[in-house]
Design a protein around this ligand. Structure first.
Ligand SMILES: *Cc1c(COP(=O)(O)O)cnc(C)c1O
Length: 366
């Protein structure tokens, strides 16, 4: 018998009332697809780390391995992701026991907050997921404003650490959305004075010439580093890593879902990690694109770009909403950062052609 939806409902159920208050108050991460000609809003790489436009051999190779892997899709993936953990360990000069894999580093942020709980402390403005996940898990969150150079306000941070005793401190360095790295000595002060974990999120480290904090995991047992393949050409795979001591990894492993990184993602990630040449040259191309774009922006009247160690540039204009809308009307999608303050925008570095169209269009809209 066919029961039509609408004829058969239970009027006693009020879904809204069933939702936990912390979730009811939460706004979902803004990740809707906005149709556009040029997409410069999400800090993805304009180059795919696997099927490069230039290298037909690489495309053929991945097509072959893709087919081979379709034949093994009846099996669960390697729960330990042994191959990709080994490859990342080798690259970062740590041991595979120092690496834990996530379905994107977002998942590892979720797992860390599940295991350790709050309070969760972070500077602001920063990556929105630290706050969103804390609230989703019902944990207290504390945001401490950055100083006027978007660097850590060490005094305020240390005072907040003393007052709230956070279990977790998240530092995105380079910071999303401001683009700068935090001063090394300020990060170190926070690591040394925290009784909880300090997570240095190095999602954009490959675009920076500042030192990585990875080697310091041997020295500070409360230090955790996050890395991801998402910003270096493989956002579609959802593969991220946590680098820290085995004590923390063993605890986080208890809440990690067993098969969190699927067969295809493991295979493609391992191929990409074994062939770093293309990835490295793509990163270099993005860095030189950033330098050009920064120069162009700083020469424009009414535009203030901020120095960037990442694959995007944070900048300020007089009327951000108008500029954002004007660009979008012409098919160029960037990120409106009006949640940070009036006039703030963020543009991802694209291909040289995309960057040029962005600059030309911005000049028209201004
Ligand atoms: C994009 C981003 C991430 C998320 O990376 P995934 O691995 O794609 O989940 C983490 N941290 C920061 C600061 C980011 O900007």
């Amino acid at each position: 018998m066919l029961i039509k939806y609408g004829l058969c409902y239970n009027s006693g159920v009020d879904i809204k009332k069933l939702i936990k208050p912390n979730i009811r108050a939460l706004r979902a991460y803004q990740a809707e697809e906005i149709p556009c000609r040029i997409k410069l809003d999400a800090n993805e790489s304009p180059y795919s780390a696997i099927s490069s436009q230039s290298g037909s051999t690489r495309t053929e190779q991945s097509a072959v391995s893709f087919k081979n892997n379709l034949q093994t899709l009846n099996r669960y993936p390697d729960p330990q992701a042994t191959t990709i953990r080994k490859l990342i360990a080798k690259e970062l000069k740590v041991k595979p026991q120092n690496i834990l894999h996530g379905n994107g580093s977002d998942e590892l942020i979720y797992n860390l907050i599940s295991v350790f709980g709050g309070p969760v402390l972070y500077p602001g403005p920063t990556f929105s997921m630290y706050g969103i996940i804390s609230q989703a898990l019902g944990e207290k969150k504390v945001e401490v404003p950055l100083d006027n150079k978007f660097d850590l306000d060490v005094k305020k941070m240390l005072a907040a650490i003393k007052k709230y005793k956070p279990k977790l401190v998240f530092l995105s360095s380079p910071n999303n959305p401001t683009g700068n790295c935090f001063s090394e000595d300020r990060i170190l002060k926070i690591i040394r004075q925290s009784k909880g974990l300090v997570i240095v999120d190095e999602a954009y480290q490959p675009f920076s010439d500042k030192k990585s904090f990875v080697p310091l995991i041997r020295k500070y047992k409360n230090l955790v580093i996050l890395r991801t393949l998402s910003k270096i050409g493989l956002a579609g795979l959802r593969v991220g890593f946590m680098i820290t001591g085995p004590d923390i990894i063993n605890e986080v492993n208890k809440v990690r879902l067993p098969f969190n990184v699927n067969v295809l993602s493991q295979k493609v990630a391992s191929e990409a990690l074994q062939n770093r040449r293309q990835m490295k040259s793509d990163i270099r191309a993005i860095i030189s694109g950033r330098k050009r774009l920064y120069k162009e922006l700083s020469e424009m009247d009414g535009v203030i770009p901020y120095p960037s160690d990442a694959n995007f540039i944070f900048f300020k204009v007089e009327d951000g909403n108008r500029i954002y809308g004007g660009l979008l009307d012409k098919g160029v999608l960037i990120r409106n950062m009006n949640s940070v303050g009036d006039g703030f925008l963020r543009v991802t570095i694209g291909t040289p052609q995309e960057n040029e169209i962005f600059i030309k269009t911005l000049k028209q809209v201004l």
